[in-house]
Design a binder for this molecule. Structure first.
Ligand code: HEC
Length: 242
């Protein structure tokens, strides 16, 4: 279902993940509810407490679609791979939802913020920071050496190689390093075409077997049926330069 949804979006020109655009809402609102609750707690003024409560309700409501889109993005862009930042984000998102839910219900009648509620607001604030950090890990913690190589012009100017690099970063880099043979989720692909055999499957390294790995992958890698021949050629061209 998710893939049809993304197809629909890309047919209207939207190709990005949805979750990062949505996260600002619950993240900002959770920080706002923490700050207003703190003001209410310190000053004992009910209007701050009320604002904190309204922000909490909005944070809770906006967290739900954000989590759902996060799940869709994970399936679509990461093939549902079990990787550390994503699992960490799921645990934190569940905690955040729980904290907000408790605050929404617990704060229904009280005029003032209690010490216990304040602790939960603070915990929610910390969780949001943790979520932002893990999101950053996911998006920016990619090895950049290969990018530097490109800018230095070492890679041939052929457009297909550049396309391949872009595709690789979008579809493969969540699981494969481009600048090292070290394993991330799958083996690093640096120097793949200088090897005789692929590390895990033991298949001889060739263009056909790379294509086979994408269409009918060995073991745990998700299949990339949707790649066109042109895209595979571009990817192959890029992987050969690694
Ligand atoms: C969700 C994680 C994931 C994604 C995304 C992914 N792979 Fe893989 N890949 C793996 C795993 C895991 C293996 C090791 C084989 C196995 O255990 O199934 C692998 C193996 C490979 C191999 C064989 C390498 C060797 O030395 O054995 C190649 C080539 C490869 N992947 C290319 C790609 C390309 C190109 C893409 C992007 C279109 C891609 N992979 C996307 C997880 C992934």
């Amino acid at each position: 279902m998710a893939s049809e949804f993304y197809q629909l979006l890309s047919s209207i020109g939207y190709h990005h993940p949805l979750h990062p655009a949505m996260t600002h809402l619950p993240a900002g609102l959770t920080i706002a509810c923490f700050l207003f609750a703190l003001l209410g707690y310190l000053s004992n003024r009910p209007q701050f407490t009320r604002t904190a409560r309204h922000c909490t309700v909005l944070a809770f409501l906006s967290a739900i679609p954000t989590i759902i889109f996060g799940y869709f993005d994970w399936q679509h862009f990461y093939g549902g791979a079990i990787i550390f930042p994503i699992i960490g984000k799921m645990i934190l998102a569940a905690l955040l939802l729980l904290f907000l839910c408790v605050l929404v219900f617990a704060g229904r009648k009280s005029q003032n913020v209690t010490g216990r509620q304040m602790a939960l607001y603070f915990a929610g604030f910390l969780v949001v920071i943790g979520l932002g950090f893990l999101g950053g890990e996911l998006v920016y913690n990619k090895q950049t050496a290969s990018e530097q190589k490109t800018s230095a012009g070492e890679i041939s100017e052929k457009a297909s190689v550049t396309d391949g690099k872009e595709l690789f970063e979008k579809k493969c880099s969540a699981c494969h390093l481009a600048d090292s043979p070290r394993t991330k989720v799958g083996p690093g692909l640096k120097g793949l075409f200088q090897k005789e055999k692929m590390q895990v499957s033991g298949w001889p390294v060739s263009e056909e077997n790379l294509k086979r790995q994408l269409k009918k992958p060995f073991d745990q890698m998700p299949a990339f049926d949707q790649l066109t021949d042109k895209e595979i050629t571009a990817l192959t061209g890029y992987i050969k330069t690694l």
